[in-house]
Design a protein around this ligand. Structure first.
Ligand code: ATP
Ligand code: MG
Ligand code: MG
Length: 554
């Protein structure tokens, strides 16, 4: 993969390498909380962090930030491991859990107490909030702020021993209740939670908070560049404060760097909203191909290479901006155009009868598997007297500029013969039930003189007797509005009612052998993938990944 254009983070790393700031080390990390499925936004963070490690000969740690026992589950850990691997990255032996640091985090907290830098507060959450102050008013000190070191240590140890109920006490860093930065107004760093943790079970009943855990975890792992989203800019002074105080014990202080998170049109990327969509039955689960989760993307047929291309293309900056969904879709098209073999599929079938073709007979036509990769050769597609064509490829009375089938007109059956349309059959209601034509035997594609007859239209087809009739799901964007829920609107009102259409399509016979997750371009239609969940051997079903061209306009 080519190294992406430089950006402010790459400039920082290049400067640090030049000045030997970290002794030649480059270490980033991707720190998901295992409380849900990863989404497109996480893909940006994964590609960014692992991409930097790849390009600067460094390492990227995969660290589970698992300090909220009630919300975290092994199921999510597994799905995250899967997603990162699927995106093409390898953390080697560098898989970590914040919960592995619970003992150290506890020891460091006792150290902070001993240094007079942390205290046990016994106010209720509500009382604490009342003393927090506002943007114009400084906060006020808690009446417990001046507890002695001995009393704090005793209480903190008894918190750990399980003597107190949830919420009875917290441990707070003693910084500055008058700081203009709220994060420095004596932030809570430990709370009591009598809850079972997915890894440590009931060993702990006190749990460290994110701002305390994260910086310590980074430092213990000798991370050099701790890259996070812009909301954490205000937390950086706390990140630095904790590591400054713990310098004698840890002796490593990574640099936190913020970038703007991915905002993408036509989706929602907030975990809460994604949960609502699943629980409200608006989609068929977390891996619904319309969901902006990575499990959904994979089922949709989006590719890992497409996500990496997307991350490089949108770049990183500190400016908050919206990326149009078409940018992501174009990256998928670009990758699939190279990666996917071509196949023929009729999605909206209408019968075409070649009246001068012998009944009961068939012959092979040869279609290239990939126009850009002749080395992939051609495959045989059977042609016979009755074919399926697209309903849109016939008009009894053609509109202006219509070059496909209409009575008296000639078109080429792609990879086959030139045919001349002779008319159509209709049922009692006037619906067209079949189209008739005759073929010109000397015009078969690939035979000498086949192009002596010039035609403007070129349509695809599948032999009725040989077709593989299969379920095809035509997926479209999940939301019909660029900014779902803009203003105070309920974002669910912006769901696209036509985001999923299930059809029975007529596919060329070779598609019967497709394996789950094989991607194809169905000529003239778009990119499709054999669904990895519902496909059976010899009976794949297909999901539309993306159409050939953006039909949403700009
Ligand atoms: P929530 O806050 O809803 O729980 P989260 O997105 O913060 O979800 P985490 O598991 O904490 O979930 O995120 C892991 C990493 O992914 C973090 O480093 C975070 O900055 C990054 N990340 C999350 N969302 C985005 C996004 N939209 N764009 C870029 N990076 C993101
Ligand atoms: Mg989170
Ligand atoms: Mg987060």
């Amino acid at each position: 993969e080519k190294i992406p254009a430089t950006n402010f983070i790459r400039n920082i790393i290049a400067d640090d390498i030049a000045s030997d700031k970290w002794g030649g080390r480059v270490a980033t990390r991707f720190p998901p909380e295992p409380n849900g499925y990863l989404h497109y936004g996480h893909a940006k963070s994964i590609c960014l962090n692992f991409g930097l490690a790849r390009d600067y000969n460094g390492v990227c740690h995969l660290r589970f930030d698992d300090t909220n026992p009630e919300k975290e589950e092994q199921e999510y850990v597994d799905s995250i491991l899967d997603a990162v691997r699927w995106l093409g990255f390898d953390w080697g032996e560098h898989q970590y859990f914040a919960s592995d640091y619970f003992a150290k985090l506890y020891t460091f907290a006792e150290y902070l107490i001993e240094q007079g830098l942390a205290y046990v507060d016994s106010l209720s959450a509500e009382e604490m909030r009342a003393l927090r102050g506002s943007h114009v008013e400084p906060g006020e000190n808690s009446p417990y702020r001046d507890r002695s070191v001995a009393e704090n240590l005793d209480l903190f140890r008894r918190m750990k021993a399980g003597e107190f109920a949830d919420g009875a006490h917290v441990l707070r860093a003693k910084i500055d209740m008058a700081s203009p930065n709220f994060n420095l107004r004596d932030p809570v760093i430990y709370r009591i939670r009598h809850a079972e943790h997915h890894r440590t079970g009931n060993e702990w009943c006190i749990y460290p908070l994110y701002d305390y855990t994260h910086c310590v975890s980074d430092a213990l792992e000798h991370i050099t560049h701790s890259i996070c989203t812009l909301e954490f800019e205000d937390h950086r002074p706390l990140y630095d404060w904790v590591l400054d105080q713990l310098q004698p014990l840890i002796g490593w202080h990574p640099q936190q760097i913020e970038f703007s998170r991915l905002n993408l049109t036509y989706v929602v990327l907030s975990k809460r909203k994604l949960i609502d969509l699943v629980e409200g039955g608006y989609v068929d689960g977390w891996d619904d191909p319309r969901m902006p989760t990575l499990v959904g993307a994979r089922r949709r047929g989006f590719t890992a290479a497409g996500f990496r291309l997307f991350t490089d293309r949108i770049g990183v900056s500190k400016a908050d901006s919206w990326i149009d969904m078409s940018v992501l879709e174009d990256c998928m098209r670009e990758d699939l155009n190279i990666a996917a073999e071509r196949r023929i599929a009729v999605l909206n079938p209408l019968k075409l009868v070649i009246d001068n073709y012998p009944e009961g007979q068939s012959e092979d036509c040869f279609a290239p598997n990939h126009p850009l990769k002749p080395e992939l050769g051609k495959r045989a597609v059977p042609l016979s007297r009755e074919l399926w064509i697209e309903r849109e490829d016939f008009m009894e009375t053609p509109s202006k500029g219509y070059f496909r089938l209409f009575p008296g007109n000639r078109v080429r059956l792609r990879y086959g013969y030139v045919v001349e349309c002779t008319g159509c059959d209709k049922d009692a209601d006037g619906h067209i039930t079949a189209v008739h034509c005759t073929y010109l035997p000397d015009t078969k594609s690939g035979t000498p003189g086949s192009d002596s007859v010039k035609v403007k239209g070129n349509i695809h087809w599948v032999s009725v007797a040989h077709a593989y009739q299969a379920e095809v799901r035509l997926y479209d964007r999940l939301f019909a509005a660029a900014n779902p829920g803009a203003g105070d609107r309920d974002y669910r009102l912006d769901l696209n009612p036509d985001s999923k259409t299930v059809i029975s399509a007529c596919l060329e016979p070779s598609l019967r052998d497709a394996s789950a997750e094989d991607s194809f371009q169905f000529e003239r239609h778009g990119y499709f993938v054999a669904d990895r969940v519902d496909s059976q051997p010899g009976k794949p079903v297909f999901n539309r990944t993306v159409t050939l061209k953006d039909s949403w306009g700009k």
